[in-house]
Ligand binder design. Structure first.
Ligand SMILES: Nc1ncnc2c1ncn2[C@@H]1O[C@H](COP(=O)(O)OP(=O)(O)OP(=O)(O)O)[C@@H](O)[C@H]1O
Length: 249
């Protein structure tokens, strides 16, 4: 099946340090892929290259026919690629609703910010997103007063305001309670109904819960890709990442 995202022979060097080393990948539309691999494998750098935060040394990142490598971060966002970082970047003094409004205006058009209260499209999206991330009862709460989990969901909501077709998430459950993790798993499966997701994740229990496809990186290259059971049984993945059976369990 053709990929909605096609990465070909991607390289990124920081001086002499070859961090992404001939990485190629096809991501199928409507799937939730988990990107795993040892510390320093290049996962975050890869997300930075897809979202335009970094420029590759060479290679191609094609999303829905658009070559992203020559585009700015903002242009890439407008093409439908949304990114959520591990550390939330919400505006703590603004309410949940205001944060979502700002996120909507930011990508559509900054000038829209001035007219946001009369924007019916934004209101519709705000209602949809609040319901999806479960913050409909916290609309008027200052973001700084939210729990850790709620803050993460707000930030996911802020990215969703831009209606991304591809959503990149960096370790979304870091620091969450068990209940929050369950809720986040449900949320990501729900988002998957209308978008493709790539989630960088270390927690293999969570990966088992959510992933359609698992992509394993090692030293800047693709080591393996497949269903979770295939990945967990793959000797080369066990060698460099998962370790022994006891460690997997
Ligand atoms: N701006 C930079 N300059 C130099 N080296 C960098 C830079 N950014 C990342 N690196 C190096 O690139 C390598 C890959 O880092 P990256 O953060 O992408 O790995 P990762 O797989 O996300 O690791 P982790 O799971 O620990 O977050 C590391 O050795 C890191 O030190």
């Amino acid at each position: 099946m053709p990929g909605v995202l096609e990465i070909r022979d991607l390289h990124k060097k920081f001086d002499t340090h070859h961090v992404i080393n001939g990485f190629s990948l096809d991501v199928v539309e409507g799937t939730l892929s988990c990107l795993v691999g040892p510390n320093g494998a290049g996962k975050t750098t890869l997300m930075d290259l897809i979202s335009g935060r970094l420029k590759p040394t060479s290679g191609s990142v094609n999303f829905r026919g658009f070559e992203l490598t020559g585009m700015s971060e903002n242009q890439i966002a407008k093409c439908g690629v949304g990114r959520k970082f591990q550390v939330p970047a919400v505006f703590k003094d603004l309410s949940v609703e205001e944060n979502l409004e700002v996120a909507y205006s930011h990508v559509t058009n900054p000038i829209r910010n001035m007219f946001r209260f009369s924007d019916a499209g934004m209101k519709r999206r705000l209602d949809e997103v609040c319901l999806l991330v479960g913050l409909q009862d916290r609309l008027h709460t200052e973001a700084g007063l939210l729990s850790h989990g709620e803050t993460q969901w707000l930030e996911i909501g802020m990215v969703l305001m831009q209606e991304p077709q591809l959503l990149l998430l960096d370790e979304p459950i870091a620091g969450m309670t068990e209940v929050e993790v369950e809720k986040t798993a449900r949320l990501l499966r729900e988002i998957r109904k209308s978008a493709t997701l790539i989630v960088v994740e270390h927690d293999m229990g969570f990966v088992r819960q959510i992933a359609d496809v698992v992509t394993v990186m090692h030293m800047g290259s693709l080591l393996a890709q497949g269903r979770i059971d295939e990945i967990e049984a793959d000797p080369k993945v066990r060698d460099v990442y998962l370790g022994t059976e006891e460690e997997i369990a």
